[in-house]
Design a protein around this ligand. Sequence first.
Ligand SMILES: C[S@@+](CC[C@H](N)C(=O)[O-])C[C@H]1O[C@@H](n2cnc3c(N)ncnc32)[C@H](O)[C@@H]1O
Length: 337
Amino acid sequence: MSATYHILTQKDLHPAGQQEHDFSTDVLIGLSQMPKQLSSKYFYDERGSQLFQEIMELPEYYLTSCEFEIISEQKEKISQDMAGEPFNLIEFGTGDGRKTKILLKNFLKKGFEFYYIPIDISEAAMKTLIKSMNKEFPELKTEGIVAEYFNGLKWLKNTAFRKNLVLFLGSNLGNFDKAHSRAFLHNLWNILNNGDSVVIGFDLKKDIDLMLKAYNDSQGVTAEFNLNLLRRINRELGGNFDLEKFRFYAGYDVFTGAIESYLVSLEQQEVFIEKIGQSFVFNSWEPIHTEYSYKYLESDIEELAGRTGFFIKKQLYDSKSYFVDSVWIVNKQDRHV
Ligand SMILES: C[S@@+](CC[C@H](N)C(=O)[O-])C[C@H]1O[C@@H](n2cnc3c(N)ncnc32)[C@H](O)[C@@H]1O
């Protein structure tokens, strides 16, 4: 059986979900706001997905190596709960799946009967993932879904009948602000069945310079990753952003516990976007907010699980305790949220 994917459309959602904003509407809304903002979910065109793969190789970007170590060395702690029954392995924001492949290999070795459902907004990333799944795991039953996380949740409502194991790795959840992470997790809890498990990667609060270096990397790959969003607007929406006139900046907000990423306009300028049919004025040093990367304390994780209806079953740390893969269980008998 070969791996395939499909792009989720409104027709796949029952009942049909609210019409989603498209890229141009989100750019119009984001650049009309004060402060201006563009969503990090639009980073991942083909070039953006490649750049993120480069970020994962950077020595400063400890998140990937820490989570890789956790999954490599503690995969049995995740696998041991999955024996017996057939299940769905659902993954949000898979990217190139390099860490997931360790689990997939282990599950296949154990003869588990499961269906792998990666969900990712980026068709480019999904195409590459499906190709590599067919090559590396030809026996794996895989159906990829190209969708935004919340649409993926709506689709899962009609799919999640079997036992489910949900992966949300790479501290992807950290890109949501607090309200969105609660909404996402609570929604997920509602869809899942009693006894289902969720594995969420959290980047832990630590030395501020260390966290900052992961984003302000010496090779400037993260800067290029952010600037590529302007290039995407130019290509897909007919924008005339001059990338030389913006710089990347990432800082840590000690109050919210988030690394916040920005593109800062280096001069007063006007940018026209053809598909929107409008110009946008930027003042000198005016920022566009591009990404949140929230960092957590153990107590933040406990609060989040408690508020959204999950029980924490295991905390899997790397050897430096920089990162944790938190294994949560759905227990609907004792909890009504
Ligand atoms: C930071 S990468 C992490 C990839 C992988 N989980 C890992 O740990 O290596 C985020 C991935 O999530 C996807 N993504 C980002 N925002 C998304 C959204 N709102 N809905 C669905 N996928 C999203 C991106 O396309 C990208 O592949």
